[in-house]
Design a binder for this molecule. Structure first.
Ligand SMILES: [Fe+2]
Length: 352
């Protein structure tokens, strides 16, 4: 589209007069509202875990998990300062729970994922069931379910939180409440959900209650084993290597209604073809090392060099190429399920 129309004194006088009537001229803002292509204010960024870990632990000496309710350092996109966003539609943070601590039970309409970065043995309880968390586990707390976290292990636990806070905020649909007790009562044994829903079986007569997967822990050990078995076929996607998504076993859709989660294996030496999509994506490396080159609209290239536990974000519609210098596994999440439901999601694949 062309440049904005000229702002003549006559027009400006008119704009000022109609403002008091709750009106504004579309032609003055049209080009910013309806762009030819996505123009994200979010920027590519890498959080190197070793560099930020001291701050996370320092937060542990400043405030208790109980006082903070959730002791989290927000991963804020430098292009979206002060907005508690990692992409325009998603929130991310790193949560610390020290040995013996409990993050008290509450619930909210925002859906959350946890991806364990450091430590092993803390738990998340969701709607009366506990799951023990280990590195690389993907754990879900669905919208409006009671959840609390606790650490019975001898070591600090840190995990990546991903929430749809900006999406729920966009709809002005946020509700939250605290539970009467610090921890919720447990109604089922550990492993119950995986046994019921995560073994290629479903209880006969099960009636679906919510849009989120009833499996609320996808253990890394099983995910990793699947990737290792599948690599023997060497059916590498040119843009993504071996790329699998986490599914809701009830319908094969995404595990969460608002956040799409996936995991990739890239063999050492693999360099992907260029790729872009409309879902700005957050990546967390569990194993291996590599680089992600992100190409800006202005032709500038930003190279993010990552290793285990590092987190990086690629904004909507930015071309990216990934190079694995050794066998690498990348967990990722984005708002793709929402865009797909709304018929907005697009991707573009470049040539190698
Ligand atoms: Fe929460």
């Amino acid at each position: 589209m062309d440049a904005n129309p000229e702002r003549t004194p006559e027009r400006q006088e008119f704009y000022a007069r109609i403002a008091s009537a709750g009106l504004a001229p579309l032609w003055e803002v049209l080009r910013g509202l309806i762009t030819k292509e996505p123009r994200s204010a979010a920027v590519p960024h890498l959080w190197r875990y070793d560099a930020i870990r001291p701050f996370i632990l320092e937060a542990g000496s400043l405030i208790t998990a109980k006082e903070a309710e959730r002791r989290v350092l927000i991963l804020e996109n430098p292009g979206l300062p002060g907005q508690s966003k990692i992409t325009n539609s998603l929130y991310a943070g790193l949560q610390l729970i020290l040995p013996g601590e409990v993050a008290p039970a509450h619930r909210h309409t925002q859906s959350a994922l946890r991806f364990v970065v450091e430590g092993s043995g803390a738990y998340t309880a969701v709607d009366g069931e506990k799951t023990i968390m280990r590195p690389g586990d993907f754990v879900i707390t669905p919208s409006w379910t009671w959840h609390d976290h606790g650490n019975d292990s001898p070591d600090p636990m840190v995990w990546l939180d991903g929430l749809d806070i900006p999406i729920v905020g966009f709809f002005d649909a946020s509700f939250a409440e605290g539970f009467t007790e610090e921890s919720q009562p447990l109604a089922r044994p550990v492993g119950d959900s995986i046994a019921r829903f995560g073994q290629g079986l479903l209880p006969v007569g099960f009636e679906r209650r919510m849009a989120t997967s009833p499996v609320f822990n996808y253990p890394y050990a099983r995910t990793r084993e699947a990737l290792e078995t599948l690599r023997r076929t060497q059916e590498w996607d040119p843009c993504d290597g071996l790329h699998m998504r986490y599914v809701n076993p009830l319908d094969g859709g995404w595990a969460m209604p608002t956040i799409g989660t996936s995991i990739r294996l890239l063999p050492g030496g693999f360099a992907t073809a260029p790729y872009r999509s409309t879902d700005g994506t957050v990546f967390c490396c569990t194993e291996g090392r590599g680089k992600t080159h992100v190409f800006g609209a202005n032709g500038q290239v930003q190279t993010l060099e990552w290793g285990p536990r590092d987190i990086f974000v690629v904004p909507s519609w930015a071309w990216r190429r990934i190079e694995a210098s050794e066998d690498a596994v990348l967990f990722a999440f984005s708002d793709r399920p929402v865009q797909e439901k709304l018929g907005l999601w697009r991707e573009a694949r470049g040539n190698a």
